[in-house]
Write a protein that binds this ligand. Sequence first.
Ligand SMILES: C[S@@+](CC[C@H](N)C(=O)[O-])C[C@H]1O[C@@H](n2cnc3c(N)ncnc32)[C@H](O)[C@@H]1O
Length: 211
Amino acid sequence: MSSNEKVASRYDKWSYFYDFVDNFPVISRPQRTWRMNSVEALDLGGDELVLDVGTGSGYMLPDIAKRVIDGQVIGSDISEGMLYRAERRAAMEGVDDRVRTVKDDIEGSKFPSDHFDKLITTFTLTTVPNPMKAIKECHRILKEGGKMVVLDTGKPDGLSKLFFYPMMLSAKLFGKTHMDRDIKGALEEHFDIVESKEYMCGMVYLLCCEK
Ligand SMILES: C[S@@+](CC[C@H](N)C(=O)[O-])C[C@H]1O[C@@H](n2cnc3c(N)ncnc32)[C@H](O)[C@@H]1O
């Protein structure tokens, strides 16, 4: 089994309880704020074609769909279990006419070049086996002048490191998630980072990138 197939299989299993963990009271409120700020940062006009890379259970899809009345949002993921949840969420929120889900490995995407007006990816670049490949593909499928918004986790400053390191180690051990990856550095090789925000002393960051 390739490392990407292993990721897909792990998330297929997690798809049953992913939303339960995501909605855990202590983290759900700040997460909601970061996620809403990410959707705002997309700066949508209403007719764009938007891709949510590694959409998971499709948390971001309804909020984006409500802002692209004359456009479309596609949620892509390597895990069919996660995509099933995403489809259900879009239907339950009544936005399934503007939402489509596609099984796609972002490290070798099947989408054509210069295709999407906007891209968003939340908590995914720290989970893909090869983030450099994924970022290169994001750059390829985004239109010239297009915008990509990235929300993810990184190394914080100061005393927050005391909380960060135990979290990072358990995420790596149990979730194969690399919270300490230098995603910003990797993005800078392909995109112009035009805006950045930090939450929880840098443990979570939001980056707006332009092609
Ligand atoms: C931590 S979850 C984040 C899900 C969602 N974006 C969110 O914010 O809740 C990471 C997601 O990335 C997906 N993923 C991991 N590697 C991938 C790849 N190579 N291509 C596409 N999706 C991938 C996983 O299946 C999973 O659904």
